[in-house]
Ligand binder design. Sequence first.
Ligand code: ATP
Ligand code: MG
Length: 310
Amino acid sequence: MEKNKDVVMTVEGLTKVFKSGIINPEYTVAAKDVSFDIKRGEIISLIGESGSGKTTVGKLILKLIKISEGKIKYKGKDITEINNKAEVKKYYRRVQGIFQDPFATFNPLYRVDRIFDMIFDSFDLNYKNKSQAIKEALDDVNLNPDRTLGKFPHQLSGGQLQRLLIARALLMDVDILVADELISMLDASTRIGVLNLLVESCKKHGMAVVFITHDLNLGYYVSDKSLIMYKGRLVERGNTKKIYENPIHPYTKMLFKAVPEIGERWDQDVEFIPEQVINDVNEFYNNNEGKGFVEIEEDHSVLFSDKEYK
Ligand SMILES: Nc1ncnc2c1ncn2[C@@H]1O[C@H](COP(=O)(O)OP(=O)(O)OP(=O)(O)O)[C@@H](O)[C@H]1O
Ligand SMILES: [Mg+2]
């Protein structure tokens, strides 16, 4: 996989087991044997129900938690070997995350300009004219500098703050942006706007995005590649169109059957994994015993059996 020069990151057999409690420790396998790669400028949707392990994968990529098993390589280098301060800083210069609640990223006491000052202070950014560069990045995300810079976070909307964070990532020429539930807190109209911006900017700057979402809301419409997670396992992986047109895993089938039309609201109250799906998955694994993860066509792989599925 690494021979492809467009590949910026490879995730191989990634596993995370959380241990909680001391006397009677409980172990949660949050991610198990997850493998995929990330190419330059690629938009990837990481989709799955609540608790399926999506944020865990995002955090592992961002080095926020320790890998239990498997490897993540960034430009060929094992990220667990990136340890000293200078190297870690260099890593975060190119691999960044934006989380669900943009307000948490901003210090309420400072004007929002500070997020730009900070990157210019900490990193050696190659721009002749700093304020011109900021203006252009804001332009890319459809923000009016006069109406945003100089404001305090509480004076801006969640969508505007998220766009500021995208502008920051663009200025830094980030290779990989992990966007965890980026749009879920926005209303439907802003949502489409932010999403489109993200896609356009990515294509323009060659920035890859790992777009984490649990409700499929529009995310997969824009992604080149989809990763479907179910109970910590990647159950289907590949070209979004191929998966959408020919879903094989029972969980994926259920997801796509339930996808709302563009602009339509997802009903959050619907129970996400009906009993039927759990049974279907069981039957599917039993019928395909021993097959494991198989590439069924170019750019489309499916988990046919899982020994440990309960
Ligand atoms: N620090 C932790 N300690 C123990 N268990 C954890 C920890 N973080 C996550 N988990 C468990 O790991 C599993 C996966 O969690 P994760 O946050 O990755 O899910 P998710 O797919 O992002 O869900 P959501 O859509 O609700 O955000 C869950 O069962 C969760 O309870
Ligand atoms: Mg999550």
